[in-house]
Design a protein around this ligand. Sequence first.
Ligand code: IVH
Length: 751
Amino acid sequence: MSKQTDAAKEGVQQLDAAAAKVRLAELAKALGAANAAYYQDDAPDLSDAEYDALKRENAALEARFPDLKRPDSPTEQVGAAPSAGFSKITHSQRMLSLSNAFDASDVQDFVGGIRRYLGLGDNAPLPFTAEPKIDGLSLSLRYENGTLVHAATRGDGTTGENVTSNARTISDIPTTLSGAPEILEVRGEVYMSHADFAALNARQEDAGDKTFANPRNAAAGSLRQLDPAITKSRPLRFFAYAWGEVSVPLAETQTDALARLEALGFQINDRTKTCDSGEEMLAHYARIEEERADLGYDIDGVVYKVDDLSYQRRLGMRSTTPRWAIAHKFPAELAWTSLEGIDIQVGRTGALSPVARLKPVTVGGVVVSNATLHNEDYIAGRDANGAPIRNGKDIRIGDTVQIYRAGDVIPKVADVDLSKRPATAEPYAFPTACPQCESQAIREEGDAVRRCTGGLICPAQAVEKLKHFVSRAAFDIEGLGAKQVEAFHTDGWIKEPADIFTLRERFGQGLQQLKNREGWGEKSAENLFQAIEEKREIALARLIFALGIRHVGEVAAADLARHYTSWDALAETVDKAAPAATAHRAAEEAIVAERAKAADEGRRANLSAARDAAWADTQPEAKAAWDDLIGIDGIGATVAVSLVTTFQQATERASIDRLVAMLTPTAPETRATDSPVAGMTVVFTGSLEKMTRAEAKARAESLGAKVSGSVSAKTDLLVAGPGAGSKATKAAELGIETIDEDGWLALVGDG
Ligand code: IVH
């Protein structure tokens, strides 16, 4: 133990509880101020040694008096060890979203509807606030007795992620308030300015790290960092615009409440205006739209809120949006330019995507030189069913085309001006071979997309799979972004995901080679190997998602992980289900054939007979595994077929097995074990009146229950609303407990 620690310990030994409490408060304040000076003002006012001594004294006091540990304890602050994941916080009041208005008449309808709801005549005063809609992510800050006790993201509106340590690093967020109500939840938007976004991306690029697509993604990625030290290094800002639980009302109007928040030390958007009429609201909207490009941060509309808080209370909310507010969105941006070429990109599932190469054009302040052309039908001027789009006008190289950009979505080619078509322009012939590996590119029945059949031999598919594998929602390996993985692939070091985990041993003596490569030094190579090692233990859901199986996105991967909890259980079921997937496909074909036959013969189709015949020879074990898969809420036959197809494909499977053998997938945490529904398998059926199905599912899962889409012997509880049909009958047959919506709400404590 160091001398300094000894000294701190000695001091601590001499204090009694009352004195310790006072000292802890002093330390929190001193360390808070030192942090602010260091991290926010870039102007440290303590030496490192002084700072460390205070931190040690604080830690020693907390160790001796654990009950006196403060909610704003400096040990919980910046630089704390990264946690294994975010804990969850249940919002004391739901975090709502907003319904949208797209034009003036929507806004007039909104105002008129409120007048009717409140029984106000046309001339009764009804002021609104109008303020920019910040394009960031919402955050709820809970203060108790003037101290920030926690910060939570919106999550599903009911439960969010605990990002307290990260929020503390944002200079716009005060950690203490004076003169605030005993309980105050401040809500607002975390965002990043354009300038900070550009500088951050430049830094990321230099360091070989992933760059962000837009300021909102950068803000979200920065706030949702497990290591607060990273958040601290990212320039985040915060505008307050709403509140949750408050022990004493802030004011009587929205306007005054915002002024109160500002007086407490929060940033309030300076374009907020109180308006007396719909006309004034629309005029303010027009003004903000004009100023949009010069604000220095992204906004995507204007939010109108009823100013009178007693009216707000009376208006209340629908399931997820308040009746007293609406977001008036900015229209999409349009521009005309010429189409210089069409590039074909090959995605990770082999999809051939046509991308328009454009004469660069500014669309809503952003220079656009590429835009999506979706697929070959879109270029030809028809939709997936062969019906004409754009009045059947096709798109040709050389054409003058209209570009459409809305928010941060990829710009698309929306229209074509035939009057400007060059006489030489030819209809576009979509390639039938992969431009990367020359394998045949085929279009399956019912698929809008043509796909390369090269599989892993197609370098484009292999690279895209690898990029997906290391992406943020998948393995997210620090120092191994899209660019690096592509370079390693080109050099032959990484051909498939498993190769990432043998990189270090294969480099062995050849480490010099990596170090000699541009951009890699001893330290960065070592960091990379370390980052890779850390990802050998990986959440099962991330692993499933990372494989890049068609139709298995983040949500489906999480559903599968929650249901099977281990890789082996998942793989076993998918393998067992293989014959059933074949039967399922045969049944689909048989149904189509029977329909056609019945139509020919002028009789009613007997679809269930056709289906049963196709399933007749399927082993019960395969059928049971199939039913188990598609019984998972959110997993349907499409996902199940895709899983089976991938697992049955020999080269693909060998590649997956090589990978999994090197990893330790971890089961999803089971939460809230004290809820009576924790660990239960619950099925919702019939119509729910007080919550949406998605809400019900999210709530049940947040309490540690599994939600299934079908009733089986494994079901523990059926929640049946009006109109419940076969599921209720089956539950009754199986003797499964069935309750109604109110029963459910009472059971989970929401009644
Ligand atoms: S008020 C109860 N005001 O927009 C009302 N929201 O699309 C809560 N947002 O989830 C929201 N700027 O994240 C409000 N000035 C503003 C806003 C704003 C951005 C976000 C917020 C909300 C989302 C809804």
